[in-house]
Design a protein around this ligand. Structure first.
Ligand code: PLP
Length: 386
């Protein structure tokens, strides 16, 4: 299906709601039935019936269809956060005594899920260097059921060879799951490369306006039904109809937003790479990137997120650089309209918390929808303090 058709029309049965162009927000918890026969039938298949909104809500259903189509998946489920989506995908595929192989330094709450929460229920794990395909295979044990990937990593930008990982998972009968938020389904399609479950954080590009927290899982019909019947319905981490409608609205401009961010980010990454005050730039589509060939092979473009290292003698230099900037916000997250900086020195010296392993002179940068020349002017003047 054409991308324009997915973003503009798919799932929108307008004749059912006065030919309204915008989708209806079906703000209801409950649905009533004309007779017992219809009521009974709804219990047979709650995923398709209109019975109760924790199961199937018509506005959320429109969004599910669009996300599944974007991922080239048979079906999708949407959750109240990206972390919720990740937890549902993983929990659905492990039981006590099983083992997970996961890439090193995944998203922080994924790390918590695997190292702390699931460990309490007797699920074991090994974290491996995802750049090394043979290390992934060597970490697999008799009780391994899940291979968990995140490519590219949203902080350090390391990538995994997704086709090779999918082959390993198939050979050892594992369910492969990827947090594929970085590239969005427009620039990387993990299911086409053989991965079983693709997770997207809708809080980033899919919604794209920094006003919604949500996440999605895309996979086969059988896997989605399995997750629906157990984790989705019992953990109940659903998205509201209001928020689903907001994401559908965000999706209308997904393609042009991503193009803009992507092109501006590449331009700024190239200029930073040539700047004398910059020690290194990590952008997977710069030829200097260590995994450049693989990144080009499995990812169409990179979107707006990358990182760079300042030539700085001390944390105070990073602080001076940062405080000179006028046009970037200091914040976590990314994928919205606004450009952001996340200096990793922010994670140093927090009482009760170990310093991160990421060097203090690294800065993660997200380029939003502003004029790239206007953003560059700001970076250039701030770099002069070094
Ligand atoms: C933001 C993010 C998440 C978590 O998403 P939430 O919607 O905030 O729960 C997970 N993985 C990656 C790569 C992210 O960037």
């Amino acid at each position: 299906m054409h991308l324009s058709d997915i973003l503009t029309h798919l799932g929108e049965e307008r004749a059912n709601y006065f030919n309204a162009v915008a989708p209806p927000i079906i703000q209801t918890s409950n649905f009533a039935f004309p007779n017992l026969k219809a009521f009974r039938k709804a219990f047979e298949d709650e995923m398709d019936a209109h019975l109760y909104s924790r199961g199937n809500n018509p506005t959320v259903k429109i969004l599910r269809q669009k996300i599944a189509a974007l991922e080239n998946a048979e079906d999708a489920l949407v959750f109240s956060s990206g972390s919720g989506a990740i937890a549902n995908a993983v929990i659905a595929n492990v039981k006590a005594g099983d083992h997970i192989v996961c890439v090193k330094s995944p998203y922080s709450w994924t790390q918590h899920l695997i190292s702390n929460l699931l460990a309490r229920f007797g699920v074991e794990h090994t974290f491996v260097d995802g750049k090394d395909t043979s290390a992934i295979e060597s970490a697999i044990k008799d009780n391994t059921t899940v291979l968990y990937l995140e490519s590219p990593n949203s902080a350090t930008l390391e990538i995994q060879d997704l086709s090779a990982c999918a082959d390993i998972a198939k050979k050892h009968n594992l369910v492969s799951i990827i947090d594929a938020t970085y590239a969005s389904p427009l620039y990387q399609r993990p299911l086409d490369l053989g991965i079983d479950i693709s997770v997207q954080t809708c809080s980033k590009y899919l919604n794209g306006h920094s006003d919604i927290v949500a996440g999605a899982i895309s996979s086969s019909k059988a896997m989605i039904r399995k997750i629906f019947n157990t984790e989705y319905m019992t953990l109940g981490g659903i998205i509201s109809a209001q928020d689903a409608a907001m994401i559908i609205r965000g999706l209308r401009t997904l393609e042009i937003r991503l193009e803009r961010s992507s092109e501006s980010a590449l331009l700024i990454a190239q200029r930073l790479a040539r700047h004398p005050k910059i020690a290194a730039v990590h952008h997977p589509h710069l030829p200097s990137y260590p995994q450049y060939e693989l990144a080009k092979k499995q990812m169409k473009k990179c979107g707006g997120l990358f990182s760079f290292y300042l030539k700085a003698e001390a944390i105070e230099d990073v602080e001076r650089f940062f405080h000179k900037l006028q046009r970037f916000l200091l914040a976590v997250s990314w994928g919205g309209h606004e450009s952001l900086l996340l200096p990793y020195c922010a994670f140093y010296g927090i009482p009760g918390r170990e310093d991160t392993t990421v060097p203090w002179n690294m800065i993660r940068i997200y380029i939003g929808l502003e004029d790239p020349e206007w953003l560059w002017e700001d970076l250039e003047q701030a770099l002069e303090v070094l």
